[in-house]
Design a protein around this ligand. Structure first.
Ligand code: ADP
Length: 640
């Protein structure tokens, strides 16, 4: 957290400020050993103005499963101080607000009618004081509920994000990124709206109805009954209709938003392909359709609101008019004072407004409840690859990998691997070759435990992968994916991705190992040069080299590498090959080889096909055996 002092400002701790933090900020006079006295006051002021985001409830534990249980009540109760102060503010606000008509009644009956100026002045003064106090109460309530909503949704957002970090790859294969984004944006926001405004409004309106009814009965039970009979039945009918219509409308709206975001996210992710294939126009048409659906649902909810809002107002106003007649007649018969009649008419206004508001709040509540349901669904999704509660940390390994009768399929109905057994010795490099879709990458994913085998075991130095903690396993396995992913950030951050604490020397060593020194030195800010999203500002060869440097720095015992299929020019290819040789030196390696030139340099080649390993041996052995590999090699040699 930023509030934690200067040490936290700079991960690298290279700046003078960072050094001061580590040095305790004390030692006056020493260069860089402390904050100069003349700056200290300014720095302290700056530090005090840093927003304190507190320590949110963050748990990153691959084991923990407390995820699912979110409930509206729990979210509210998580911040009792805000809840209590806003509750008190609501009480004060509502009661004071209803003092108005009663004061008018006193002013008319006891002041005007009896020519008593003192009463009139007092009534007015109290009225003004009540209005001012209401203003303060409202301001307090709004501030507190905003804080309540902000804190509760912050906790929730962090919990969802933490959970997303925990979920396994299959979840991300199945779930669209856009839908996940909707959970984080629109769903959390509708919950935030309810927490911020909805609950308080609900309290205010419900309380207002109770107070107004009590006051009306106190004035004249008969007239109160007539009023309720005039207002309640038509309002109930209209409200029931509105509720049903709104349920339908807002459900459709929710789906439409998810579709729209899904469509948007997909076309953004694929924008390169879209441009290359001239799909721009077609995509606009597609997007216009999803936006069109969304517009339709908005029009629909707009329409029902346009009927309900003015409709209920008309009912209320008619009731008021009828009141004038009935109440006026009672005044003529001296059954009611003029002040009481005025108060009545004013109170009717405060009576039908809450009903109207409550129904609209109901839709807000429905929306938030739907959102909570969806978020709960996300939070209760359990990672398919789970760490066992009895898992122990994997001690530093030599790097022996054994597949024991391993079977696996992404879908139970279609197995990809069947009864695969192989032993890879520590330090050995094994290249997997075979037709596309045979299961080479799948074997690699099983070693990193992205998925668990459906049968059989995979052992590393004799430890079943399922018996060791995920972090201790993955810290010893370096993965170089087919499409190296570079993040927005500096070259340094990207290279030191697996070990952010690495020193500059270590980062430079990794850079040298893959021969990227010239690139770094050419870049405007050296290691601090910022990369663009997905590393679009470097060439594809350089991206591969950066991915190798990243693997170097992590110093894994085992390297799992899915060779990039993108074609490099000869020079880049030689550089990548040299870097690869350096990386694999002395490490156990599983290469998914797409080029036979890569495969040939491995200690052993396995040919994967027909759900298993069909051939295994060195390049020379396999060529002289005259099998599948020999045929592949012949074809390749003929082309080359
Ligand atoms: P290779 O690396 O040999 O080209 P893969 O190991 O990637 O092949 O894939 C093996 C088979 O599994 C293919 O038929 C592929 O379509 C299927 N497959 C790969 N990933 C998934 C996935 N996430 N869900 C379902 N099927 C998959």
């Amino acid at each position: 957290m930023f509030g934690g002092g200067f040490g936290g400002f700079h991960a690298g701790g290279r700046s003078a400020v960072g050094a001061a933090g580590r040095g305790g900020g004390g030692g006056n006079g020493l260069p860089f050993a402390g904050i100069p006295a003349d700056l200290a006051a300014g720095v302290a002021k700056l530090e005090a103005s840093e927003p304190d985001h507190g320590d949110p409830d963050v748990h990153y534990d691959p084991l923990q499963d407390r995820g699912g249980k979110i409930a509206l009540g729990r979210l509210l109760l998580g911040h009792p101080a805000y809840l209590i102060t806003s509750g008190i503010a609501v009480l004060v606000e509502t009661t004071l607000l209803q003092a108005g008509p009663a004061l008018v009644q006193i002013g008319i009956d006891h002041g005007i009618a009896r020519h008593n100026m003192t009463v009139l002045v007092w009534a007015t003064a109290i009225f003004v004081a009540a209005v001012v106090a209401t203003g303060f109460a409202t301001a307090t309530r709004m501030r507190q509920t905003a804080r309540l909503a902000a804190s509760a949704t912050r906790d929730l957002r962090i919990r969802i994000f933490a959970h997303l970090q925990r979920l396994s790859l299959d979840f991300y294969t199945e779930e669209k990124a856009g839908v996940i984004l909707t959970r984080m944006t629109s769903d959390v926001e509708s919950l935030q709206n309810l927490l911020q405004d909805g609950f308080a409004q609900f309290g205010i309106q419900a309380l207002t109805m109770v107070v107004v009814t009590a006051v009306l009965i106190h004035y004249d039970p008969m007239l109160a009954l007539i009023t309720l009979a005039l207002v309640v039945p038509p309002l109930t009918i209209m409200s029931l209709w509105f509720r049903r219509a709104a349920d339908r409308g807002y459900n459709r709206q929710r789906d439409a938003i998810a579709f729209m975001l899904g469509n948007l996210a997909e076309s953004l992710n694929g924008i390169r392909v879209v441009i290359a294939h001239n799909r721009g126009e077609r995509n606009i048409v597609d997007h216009r359709e999803v936006v069109g659906d969304y517009t339709d649902t908005n029009n629909y909810t707009g329409r029902i609101n346009a009927i309900y809002g003015p409709g209920t107002s008309v009912v209320g106003l008619i009731a008021m008019a009828i009141m004038l007649l009935i109440g006026g007649r009672m005044v003529l018969r001296h059954e009611l004072t003029i002040g009481e009649l005025t108060a009545f008419v004013l109170y009717i206004n405060s009576f039908f407004q809450p009903v109207q508001q409550l129904v609209q709040l109901y839709t807000q509540y429905q929306q938030a409840r739907a959102a909570v349901g969806k978020i709960r669904g996300l939070l209760t999704t359990r990672p398919s690859v789970r760490q066992s509660p009895s898992a122990t940390a994997l001690p530093p390994v030599r790097g022996e990998i054994v597949f024991e009768d391993v079977s696996f399929g992404y879908l139970p109905a279609s197995p990809v691997l069947r009864n695969v057994s192989i032993r890879i010795a520590p330090g050995e490099t094994v290249a997997c070759v075979g037709p596309t879709g045979a299961g080479k990458s799948t074997m690699a994913k099983l070693v990193t435990r992205f998925y668990d085998p459906t049968a059989g075991r995979i052992l590393i130095d004799g430890h079943d992968l399922r018996d060791v903690t995920l972090s201790s396993l993955r810290s010893q396995i370096g993965v170089v994916p087919q499409e190296p992913f570079l993040f927005v950030g500096s070259l340094r951050e990207n290279i030191a991705f697996a070990r952010p604490s690495a020193t500059d020397e270590e980062v430079w060593a990794a850079v040298d190992q893959v021969g990227l020194r010239d690139l770094v030195e050419r870049s405007p800010d050296g290691l601090d040069t910022q990369l663009h999203e997905r590393g679009q500002s470097v060439s594809s060869g350089e991206r591969q080299l950066l991915a190798l440097a990243r693997a170097f720095l992590a110093e894994p015992r085992v390297v799992v590498l899915d060779e990039a299929t993108s074609n490099l020019d000869l020079h880049s290819e030689l550089r990548v090959e040299a870097a690869l040789d350096a990386l694999l030196q002395g490490r156990t390696a599983i290469l998914v080889a797409h080029r036979l030139s890569t495969a040939m340099r491995a200690d052993r080649i396995i040919v994967v096909d027909d759900h298993g390993i069909v051939e295994s041996g060195s390049h020379d052995e396999l060529v002289s055996a005259g099998g599948r590999y020999a045929a592949m090699f012949e074809t390749w040699a003929a082309h080359a």
